[in-house]
Design a protein around this ligand. Sequence first.
Ligand code: ADP
Ligand code: ZN
Ligand code: ZN
Length: 733
Amino acid sequence: MSASTPLKLLRVVLPVPLRRAFDYLSADPLPAVGCRVSVQFGPRTMTALVIEHPSESEVPANKLKAIKGVIDTAPILAKPELKLLAWATQYYLYAPGEVYFQALPTLLRKGEAAAYRSTSYWHLLDASAQVSSQAVKQQQALTVLRQGPLTTGELAVRGISSAILQALAKKGLVEKKEQVPTPSDWRHANAPLTNDTNKPQLTTEQALAVSLIKAAQGFSPFLLEGITGSGKTEVYLQIMEPILQAGMQVLVLVPEIGLTPQTIARFQQRFTLPVKTLHSAMNERERLDAWLSCKDGSTAIMIGTRSALLTPFARLGLIIIDEEHDSSFKQQDGFRYHARDLALLRAHQLGLPIVLGSATPSFESLHNAASGRYQLLTLKQRPGSATIAQHLLLDSKGVQLHAGLSPQLIALVGQELAQGNQVMLFLNRRGYAPALLCHSCGWIADCERCDAHYTWHRQPSHLHCHHCDHQRPLPAHCPSCNSSELIGTGLGTEQVEQALAGLFPQYGIIRIDRDNTRRKGSFELHLEGIRNGKYQILIGTQMLAKGHHFPDVTLVAVLDADGALFASDFRATERFAQLYIQVAGRAGRASKPGRVVLQTHQPEHALLQDLTNQGYQHFAQQALQERQLANLPPFSFQALFRAQASDAKAVQQFLQQLVEHLQPNLPLSVLCLGPLSAQMERKAGQYRYQLLLQAPNRRELAAACRLALAIIDTQVAARKVRWSLDIDPVETW
Ligand code: ADP
Ligand code: ZN
Ligand code: ZN
């Protein structure tokens, strides 16, 4: 650039882990706020995002560098989105670059143009194409494609595999073609908005919820608490209608897309408008295209996981968060944001209604509803003839257990199977046994890198550390005494499967956990087998608990409740209760009444009594009172400093020093606990410690955290450890 053109200041963020922005110079006209530029940063050329046109800089003029180039001619993030990210940077006290870049698809982070590019889409060749009514999946594929071409990835999350598409292609009904997507405006389409044919008549409770949400003006948060199967999704569908009619977009956040093909299919079936998804299983190009289609308004309904919340929208009109209690909405590494909390902020900024739905709302949300910040809507009944399950506590004290199953439970399972029903057994521990033990000398196979036992797997046979993922072959002999009598202790899903296969050989049995759903499409295949009656006995971890409708399941059994009752994390009981209710919700969804059995050594435990006799609401109220007495969240606010290193001393010293400098400067109202060792002190060779801060309000918590960060910036010991700050942590170590 010639010396005659005066250069002006530009403030940018860079994807580096530093808690600051950077100033550069650029010629007039300056790239707008929200545009990417490329800059020299140290030895590297990096993509940066312009966040401000400052009038002065702290950096001396002769030290300022000019940018190397402009990438975007128009902002890729608009003002409201930039404001949200600026707020998030302040709130989570995190490196701004990492926060802002989290809102960009990978390709944009790498400097790729913010434009559509040719992608492979599946097209319908004949709009009136039909297949035989037996080919259910093929029919589904045709229905979905009638609304427009989709990529293989988008079809996969709707439960349609490539095999099905190939079969249709062979019949000459569909075709895969390269195409550049073009922005589309669905607002002026003449077609009706919904496929009215199978819209049910709302129950009174549903109708009330729908009309209250529809009447909302401006920012209005709702908590929709409805038991499993009470028709929450139907409420979502109906409140979306007027929003879409007005040409506004809807964002639906769900915990895990892979587990919700049925939900996506329902949105797609109801509306004649473009439905898109955004989740980690999509490739980088698919993600960018979906992102662009929200930004330019082409997408009417976006269904996505956590990160979809940071997507720009041209005309956002409503946010829905399904299963709002789910901890997957909180990012657990890097920029540790909570998508639900940021969603509320976004709705507030834009003056939108926001609906948080769950059968088991988080305590935070219940507290917000109780204090009037959210409007509470409840659905207590299931529509139609579906009945509510009956709960049973089975005492396993002193009872001879067969692979963790009491004789009483085995009898119940037998009864249901004999009547042609399905049963579901739930155990949140995969593998055959959680430990391998030498019967002669007591040696236990421990992971070398963690304070943990190896889990013994038999299909295929090996030892697996579930904490660091380390795997090794099963030893033939005890390394300590050379005995060959190695036995498993404790219970895993493989063992339950084996035992039930022995007890009920005439029935189909399927295990669903992470081990046997790794292969692409296998989860869907298992679900299909459950639905079409190939399997009568279902065994699973929490994967099986979420969101699936199995109308023929009449008995759900939770095999081990005892672990959660005595965990050290104060949230463990909340999580157990949520999981239990979710699991229980699998029973008796159709016309068949269901039973839920909880097997425990502590049947008299107050929590279990409350949960099974009074339900989640009552349990939550009691538990919230306890939290209030103990001054725990949501009645106080927490932040957690975590630190780890291969040298335990270095970690302890770092946190100890931090406490010594921090504590004397904290007001009495702010609690500083630690350093505490993590529950599992050593994981993957790293020693882990933490420091907890707790304050009566967010302002004081933020002040304490800022102080701590300022101290850490001066600590030499900080360079020898990996540390992080987690605001509003949902888990301790
Ligand atoms: P939730 O999301 O609360 O688990 P769903 O919306 O999935 O509940 O509803 C459960 C089942 O009941 C679904 O099969 C749904 O189609 C059906 N359903 C929902 N509302 C009604 C209604 N008002 N009348 C009849 N069936 C309904
Ligand atoms: Zn031994
Ligand atoms: Zn390990």
